[in-house]
Write a protein that binds this ligand. Structure first.
Ligand SMILES: N[C@@H](CCC[C@H](N)C(=O)O)C(=O)O
Length: 284
């Protein structure tokens, strides 16, 4: 099989994008394709694979597969790249349009530079989900998980759990560089209290408008950035009274900055860049 692809990144969180408006892929090989394309030695090398496809209820659809072949429900950086691709290739012919993911339908707004290239995308990501059983996380149904003691390995963390359509567990630390990302990230990802696995974030809240952020992603490990994670981090910081709802927060990720705003109507808005790296043919 010869598969045309475009590799794109949002703050270094990089995926192989396949345009299903142009190409067909067999459903039963998607997971294997994601694993093979993501391999940096025998594939293209990436954090996973994203399919851009026609959607029934939105202008365009997006599906995300992690590096290990598992399918995610949502991807913030992927949404901004999908928006850029859809606008620049003419899949959509307006600057505000909708994108359907497995989790929900979001609204994207693209901004162009002088060369008619999209250099900034804002997404209304919708409202966060806080009910424990909807994250999902084991424990008493109907409760929320805010600064809850969580024993893991020989440590007790205090975690806040948020779903942005995909599950996130956030721990606040005093110094981001000392966060136990690579030691506890893989352990928490597979912890049985998260029956569907979890994306693990450590954050250092610097002020009412600034957060440092590092992530261990479910299915992909350490990545440079996670858009849904940055949204979840701002929700967690707000619930823990470290930042104020309604303010624009700069989230510093390893690959760059995102502006996140949790508005009074409960919707979270994410603004940041999206870049094309390369395009070509993958021989599967
Ligand atoms: N990098 C993404 C999230 C990708 C999916 C995640 N690993 C999951 O399995 O939930 C983002 O930018 O949000």
């Amino acid at each position: 099989m010869k598969i045309p692809f475009t590799k794109m990144h949002g703050l270094g969180n990089n995926y192989i994008y396949i345009d299903l408006f142009q190409t067909e892929l067999p459903e039963n090989r998607l997971s294997e394709l994601a694993i093979n394309m993501s391999n940096q030695n025998t594939g293209i090398g990436s954090d996973g694979m994203i399919l851009i496809h026609p959607a029934e209820k939105a202008d365009v659809g997006m599906r995300i597969f992690n590096k290990d072949g598992s399918e995610g429900m949502n991807c913030g950086n992927g949404l901004r790249c999908t928006a850029k691709y859809a606008y620049e290739t003419g899949i959509v012919d307006k600057k505000e349009f909708t994108i359907q993911t497995k989790a929900n339908i979001v609204r994207a707004t693209v901004k162009e530079n002088n060369e008619q290239k999209v250099n900034e995308v804002t997404i209304d990501m919708g409202a966060p989900i806080l009910q424990r059983e909807q994250i999902p996380m084991l424990g008493e149904a109907g409760t929320t998980v805010i600064n809850e003691p969580f024993k893991v390995a020989d440590k007790t963390l205090h975690v806040t759990a948020v779903s942005m359509g995909n599950p996130h567990v956030i721990t606040m630390v005093d110094a981001i560089d000392d966060a136990p990302l690579t030691t506890l990230g893989p352990v928490i990802e597979k912890d049985e209290r998260f029956p569907e696995g979890v994306n693990t974030e450590f954050i250092e809240v610097v002020s009412d408008e600034e957060i440092h952020f590092r992530v261990w992603e479910r299915g992909s490990g350490v990545t440079e950035a996670c858009g849904t994670g940055a949204c979840a981090a701002v929700v967690a910081a707000t619930l823990n009274k470290k930042v104020t709802k309604g303010k624009k927060i700069v989230v510093h990720l390893a690959g760059g900055d995102l502006i996140i705003e949790w508005r009074e109507d409960d919707h979270i808005w994410m603004t940041g860049g999206a870049e094309i790296i390369a395009s070509g043919i993958f021989y599967a």
